[in-house]
Design a binder for this molecule. Structure first.
Ligand code: FAD
Ligand code: NAD
Length: 466
């Protein structure tokens, strides 16, 4: 039986990054993945394929709606070849997952394909083409998550679908009804809207992206409405029925009336649930909480002292980079180091266009905590760079402590915000004040100038270009 210092169950961004860091730190490492490709949800059916389709559909929208403004004329009709677009997405996924195979080899990590199941706290059975058993001094559970649903919905994976199916549709829906105005609903809703579908977003809360700063929800809602998406907030879905090729969704509005939506596809994107099926956690003494998450302490250690858990399967934001940080954290803990993660500084990004990005506290959270704060906001439309490219929607908002000027939160919506948020994370990591940011030179003309201007506005209400 092969013996390891550490075995990792699950090869998503949490698991594979943990494996690389363990190997770098000199541990004999194994990784177990039930699917034939490595990379987990993120690389196979999450971050990477969704961004590939967002990019392709963005190009199409540019060609059909904006090229003309730039003096570019396309003789004849611009058409979507969905089959080719989906095939390109798959080739991006294949290249990326292939890259993980390479990294495993390079770092001398043994890869086992099959379902990993605890026999006890130090032995794992792997059921793949053959059945094997390995012994591991320590184990990291990185089994991730699966789409969740509502009790009355039957996901048939044909017309009533999750994000996994929405990433490989064979036709552009005529009318896509989306249940849940969160990250998945908005990203994939925008993809199919651009490709020609009518899109209806049915959201239970009174705004889309309900956990983000309300200013961002409002601005993105405006953009979606301008694109003629039907944005039905404060609607509680009650039933989803399929009749042949038609899907009927009924929801109750604020007045208690039942509203009916008819479409040909329904995407259910109401969140994801931690995934521990087949893991046999009890055999190792690993406890789950009442939400089905693996329970961990501040060292990400489970109720079994040699077993740790990371990523979507534990509490916290379900984000690839959060899982990665936790993978590194556990590897370094096992190596006797004293790593640290500041969860307040894990940024959140929605890859719609304009992009939405945030780090730190929202205005709603600061109000709730009774913290006195100042706001500096700057619109992209006031920037030369934004006008030059034609991407003028959105703003950067900086929230700083009223007394100390320390930056407490940064919320932005606009072109390239997914990348711009890194400046805010860096500033907050070093506990910068708004004035610190405002005194740093930002190249001109760039979208990043909006960050400097928002910082100026927060410092002394002295933005230069509004
Ligand atoms: P996962 O990536 O879920 O990996 C877990 C792996 O464990 C899977 O491969 C699974 O097969 C395997 N496994 C489970 N049980 C066993 C077992 N018993 N034995 C062996 N293997 C097992 N996050 C972002 O930060 N940015 C994005 O842009 C983004 N976009 C997304 C888009 C979509 C459509 C979706 C669905 C998610 C997106 N996410 C995004 C979220 C991101 O994918 C997850 O947060 C991330 O993948 C979690 O990583 P993980 O390592 O915890 O788990
Ligand atoms: P989500 O939590 O982002 O959004 C779910 C939405 O569904 C919420 O707005 C919620 O209020 C709504 N909802 C819940 N019950 C409902 C009901 N009965 N009727 C109508 N609306 C209802 O979840 P998601 O969009 O499914 O994404 C799952 C996870 O994947 C998220 O945690 C997210 O972090 C991750 N993800 C991240 C990215 C990214 O980082 N860009 C992209 C996609 C997914």
């Amino acid at each position: 039986m092969s013996q390891y210092d550490v075995a990792i169950i699950g090869s998503g961004p949490g698991g594979y990054v943990a494996a690389i860091r363990c190997a770098q730190l000199g541990m004999k490492t194994a990784i177990i993945e039930k699917y034939s490709t490595l990379g987990g949800t993120c690389l196979n059916v999450g971050c990477i394929p969704s961004k590939a389709l967002l990019s392709s559909s963005h190009h199409y929208e540019e060609a059909t709606k904006h090229f003309e403004d730039h003096g570019i004329e396309i003789p004849g009709e611009v058409k979507v070849n969905l089959e080719k677009m989906i095939a390109r997405k798959q080739s991006v996924v294949d290249q990326t997952t292939g890259g993980i195979d390479f990294l495993m080899k390079k770092n001398k990590i043994d890869v086992y394909q099959g379902v990993g199941s605890f026999k006890d706290a130090t032995h794992i059975t792997i059921k793949g083409e053959k059945e094997e058993e390995i012994e591991a001094k320590n184990t990291i559970i990185a089994t991730g998550s699966k789409p969740s649903s509502l009790p009355f919905i039957n996901i048939d994976k044909e017309r009533i679908i999750t994000s996994t199916e929405a990433l490989k549709l064979k036709e552009v829906p005529k009318h896509l009804i989306i249940i849940g105005g969160g990250v998945i609903g908005l990203e994939l809703g925008q993809v199919y809207k651009r490709l020609g579908a009518e899109v209806t977003v049915v959201e239970y809360m009174d705004r889309i992206l309900p956990t983000m700063d309300a200013g961002l929800s409002k601005e993105l809602n405006k953009v979606f409405k301008k694109a003629k998406c039907n944005m039905m907030v404060s609607h509680k879905v009650q039933s989803v029925e399929r009749n042949g090729d038609e899907v009927v969704v009924k929801a109750e509005n604020k007045k208690g009336e039942v509203v009916e939506f008819k479409g040909d596809y329904c995407l259910v994107s109401v969140g994801r649930r931690p995934y521990t099926d087949g893991l046999n956690a009890e055999a190792a003494g690993v406890k789950l909480n009442d939400r089905g998450q693996v329970e961990v302490n501040e060292h990400l250690q489970t109720s079994a002292s040699n077993i740790y858990a990371i990523g979507d399967v534990i509490k916290g934001a379900m984000l690839a980079h959060k899982a990665e940080e936790e993978g590194v954290f556990v590897a370094e803990t096992l190596a006797g180091q004293k790593p640290h993660i500041d969860y307040n500084l894990i940024p959140g990004v929605v890859y719609t266009w304009p992009e939405v990005a945030a780090v730190g506290k929202t205005e709603e959270e600061l109000k709730e905590a009774g913290t006195k704060y100042k706001v500096g906001q700057f619109p992209f439309r006031a920037l030369g760079r934004a006008r030059a490219s034609g991407d003028i929607d959105g703003f950067v908002k900086i929230l700083a402590d009223e007394t100390t000027d320390e930056v407490l939160g940064v919320h932005m919506i606009g072109a390239r915000c997914a990348d711009l948020i890194a400046e805010a994370v860096t500033a907050m990591e070093f506990r910068a004040s708004a004035e610190d940011i405002s005194r740093m030179s930002h190249a001109h003309p760039t979208f990043a100038e909006a960050v400097k201007e928002a910082a100026l506005a927060a410092t002394e209400d002295r933005a230069l270009h509004v």
